[in-house]
Design a protein around this ligand. Structure first.
Ligand SMILES: Cc1cc2nc3c(=O)[nH]c(=O)nc-3n(C[C@H](O)[C@H](O)[C@H](O)COP(=O)(O)OP(=O)(O)OC[C@H]3O[C@@H](n4cnc5c(N)ncnc54)[C@H](O)[C@@H]3O)c2cc1C
Ligand code: FES
Length: 249
């Protein structure tokens, strides 16, 4: 297991289509890392962008095509290479006394949560996963969470869905599903990744109910090393202090 300080070529072993604009890349590389950490992925002579680790052994990335880098990545084929460096940043850190966790993912924010769910179920915790997106077509990794649920004792992993247009699951936002769980005292830790608006809403719920909460924040990253300052968010350098930050009370 290792850390890549400089970009290292990692051959693409497999590419799986997750939805109309998202693919999961499995790479011939292994890293020492924790859920919530990220790598910088480089396409030579083009650009370099950060991606959460879906898994570290083998390195697995979920890439949603939203712009030039991600669209070019989608044209690669198994056998081609992506260059990666990392793993960087601080991941999720679950307190030993927490027993029932809610993992909340919006859009491609589910990327680090499957690994976190697997890890926490193995540690004997109960996990509720709340996945949200704009439409049913945008929801990600439902099949992976369902497969994981089938492999653990009944009731240990609960999956709840929300779509803003009501095309699958609850019609509305993830926080509509989370609020009753939190206010009833059913969960003692919230772990979230997704758009900033969703993270702010989850943190507000957590503060009101006095439940511990960690969120993975996105920012524009260049160096990934704490040098360039481009990833500053709320007074923190996200590539070093985050991307996972504890909500302040
Ligand atoms: C710590 C960290 C982890 C990340 N993990 C992942 C991950 O696991 N998977 C992943 O796909 N991305 C992830 N990202 C985001 C990824 O780095 C960006 O999406 C990347 O900048 C896209 O590069 P691009 O050149 O394709 O598009 P850009 O030119 O950077 O963006 C194109 C346009 O799309 C907009 N945009 C960016 N994201 C979205 C979106 N989700 N929906 C709609 N519009 C959007 C931008 O604002 C911009 O206007 C992560 C970012 C950070 C900081
Ligand atoms: S990306 Fe350069 S300081 Fe964080």
């Amino acid at each position: 297991m290792q850390h890549f300080t400089l970009p290292a070529a990692a051959r693409i072993l497999a590419m799986a289509k997750d939805n109309y604009r998202t693919q999961t890349f499995t790479l011939a590389a292994r890293l020492s890392a924790q859920p919530g950490q990220f790598v910088m992925a480089w396409l030579p002579r083009f650009d370099e962008k950060p991606f959460s680790l879906v898994a570290a052994d083998p390195v697995t990335l979920m890439i949603t095509a939203v712009g030039p880098f991600t669209q070019l990545a989608h044209t690669l084929q198994p056998g081609d290479s992506l260059w990666i460096r990392g793993a960087f940043g601080k991941g999720f850190c679950v307190a030993p006394e927490q027993r029932h966790l809610a993992l909340v993912g919006g859009g491609y924010g589910v990327a680090p949560l499957l690994w976190l769910a697997r890890q926490q179920l193995a540690a004997g915790r109960q996990v509720t996963v709340v996945v949200g997106a704009r439409t049913a077509a945008d929801l990600l990794y439902l099949d992976h969470f369902e497969q994981l649920s089938a492999r653990v004792p009944a009731g240990r992993l609960t999956l709840r869905l929300a779509t803003e247009d009501g095309s699958l699951g609850h019609a509305g936002r993830v926080t509509d599903l989370l609020a009753p769980l939190v206010s009833a005292g059913h969960v003692d830790g919230l772990y979230a990744c997704g758009p900033h608006g969703m993270l702010n809403a989850v943190e507000t719920l957590a503060r009101q109910a006095k439940v511990a909460c960690q969120s993975s924040w996105e920012a524009y990253m260049r160096c990934g090393l704490g040098i360039c300052g481009s990833c500053e968010h709320a007074g923190k350098i996200l590539c070093l202090d985050g991307p996972v930050l504890s909500a302040t009370s």
